[in-house]
Ligand binder design. Structure first.
Ligand SMILES: C[S@@+](CC[C@H](N)C(=O)[O-])C[C@H]1O[C@@H](n2cnc3c(N)ncnc32)[C@H](O)[C@@H]1O
Length: 293
């Protein structure tokens, strides 16, 4: 059962956050210099097309240690982390690697969120389709995703979201969903970049040594066929012997490390805590020998 209406967490003591259906107040990212933890929490409450942007710092400690070890003998490895959400996990890996990489590509499907203020209420819009997707007030956060919603919350959320003004194309307002620390880093370190990229598209950049995909390749967000397509895109983006690191951590950090063989096949090299869900599909990846490097 889904709760498309959640109490604004500013109204609740922390011990109730996990007990009462509630969400952080995304309006917090509209300020100039938000506290980084608060920023990450505000981003975590964002839901676009039924995918949450949930993330937090130090979410992948096991993977980051393994990646450091894997890359230690490579000169200037090229790394891609798609689906970064607020980018806190990218900052963690960048810090772990202590600048020992050739380039760090941090990407997500969307990096900016359109919004419109109506008094104290803020409506946030779909970045591509510009329809209102959630609404935040001092009292509640209401989402458009009402599939399997508990009655009457679905009806009420739809009703209140319908009151959103149309997104103003003549005077558009966008807010970054990416951690200001990562944004700043992209300006002072030319080896770190941020861009929009869909996992469903082939990678058009230079061949990579490592792709890290965390907390997005699961049955809630993608069908197995879509996950297969994403793994094929990731495999095609790699040099021979390049590595894909798959991570799921809902409760514990489950990690699978896959390497791309000369034949183009993906082979599981190592798994921790039973491995990530998507690794079970990796054997279906069809080798694409056209772009093996
Ligand atoms: C649950 S968050 C995971 C964030 C981060 N990887 C972590 O482990 O904390 C899922 C992320 O996947 C991104 N996402 C969803 N569909 C995507 C797609 N087709 N291409 C790229 N990113 C996508 C969302 O925008 C969101 O930031």
């Amino acid at each position: 059962m889904k709760f498309p209406i959640r109490i604004n967490r500013n109204l609740l003591p922390v011990f109730l956050h996990k007990i009462i259906p509630s969400a952080y107040d995304t309006r917090g990212i509209l300020g100039d210099e938000p506290n980084l933890l608060r920023f990450e929490q505000c981003v975590t409450a964002i839901k676009i097309d039924s995918v949450w942007r949930s993330t937090y710092k130090q979410r992948h400690p096991i993977s980051n240690r393994l990646i450091k070890e894997l890359l230690k003998d490579l000169d200037n490895p090229l790394i891609h982390e798609p689906a970064i959400s607020a980018g806190s996990t990218s900052m963690d890996l960048i810090d772990t690697l202590e600048d020992r990489f050739g380039h760090y590509y941090a990407t997500d499907l969307f990096t900016k969120l359109p919004y419109r203020q109506a008094g104290k209420v803020v409506f946030f819009y779909h970045p591509a389709e510009k329809r209102a997707i959630f609404r935040v007030s001092d009292i509640a956060v209401m989402y458009e995703d009402v599939v399997n919603a508990i009655f009457p919350l679905g009806y009420l959320a739809t009703k209140y979201l319908a009151e959103a003004p149309a997104f103003d194309m003549a005077d558009p307002h966008y807010v970054s969903m990416v951690n200001p620390r990562l944004l700043k880093l992209t300006k002072v370190n030319s080896k770190v970049s941020l861009s929009e990229y869909s996992l469903l598209n082939p990678w058009a950049g230079e061949p990579l040594h490592l792709v890290k995909i965390a907390n997005v390749l699961n049955g809630t967000y993608f069908s197995d066929d879509k996950i297969l397509m994403i793994l094929e895109n990731a495999a095609d983006s790699l040099v021979n012997n390049g590595v894909i690191v798959l991570i799921d951590n809902r409760k514990i950090e489950r990690v699978s490390i896959l390497s791309k063989e000369k034949s183009g096949k993906l082979v599981i090299q190592k798994e921790v805590n039973g491995g990530a869900y998507a690794a079970q599909i990796a054997h279906r990846v069809r080798p694409n020998l056209n772009n093996a490097t």
